[in-house]
Design a protein around this ligand. Structure first.
Ligand code: HEC
Length: 109
């Protein structure tokens, strides 16, 4: 009897552990967007637009940016003008991911 209980309890734990561990990954895969794009949509589209060209509030057209990857990371970390610094809101990994997304936006000449 006691053994059955322990077996059941550990099975329940296993199920719990699996479902909580897998859920976010599945969500990301289902929506079909990268981590960088997700962060971009949550934080940057307001001023830069989904395609990077919106230019709200004097924001630069990101597809025309001549900044290097390192300069972009610095710009996102420190902010400039009306753009907020993101270093306290996003982790270094998040900033790297969002900059990679910005750099992957289709360029306009
Ligand atoms: C409140 C509006 C606003 C938000 C939100 C915002 N930006 Fe900006 N961004 C600006 C403005 C304004 C500039 C131009 C600053 C300047 O050079 O004076 C800018 C400039 C930039 C530049 C430099 C472009 C260049 O070539 O000089 C990058 C890169 C950038 N933003 C990325 C981002 C990313 C990534 C996010 C989201 C994490 C973001 N921005 C969120 C307003 C915003």
């Amino acid at each position: 009897m006691r053994k059955t209980f322990i077996a059941l309890a550990s099975m329940a734990l296993l199920v719990l552990a699996c479902s909580s561990g897998d859920a976010p990954v599945e969500l990301g895969a289902e929506s079909g967007i990268s981590e960088g794009e997700r962060i971009y949509r949550m934080n940057c589209t307001l001023c830069h637009g989904t395609d990077g060209k919106l230019g709200f509030n004097g924001a630069k057209d990101l597809t025309k940016s001549t900044l290097t990857k390192e300069e972009m990371i610095a710009r996102v970390r420190e902010g400039k003008g009306t753009m907020l610094p993101y270093k306290n809101m996003l982790s270094a990994k998040d900033i790297e991911a969002v900059v990679a997304h910005v750099r992957s936006l289709p360029k306009t000449k």
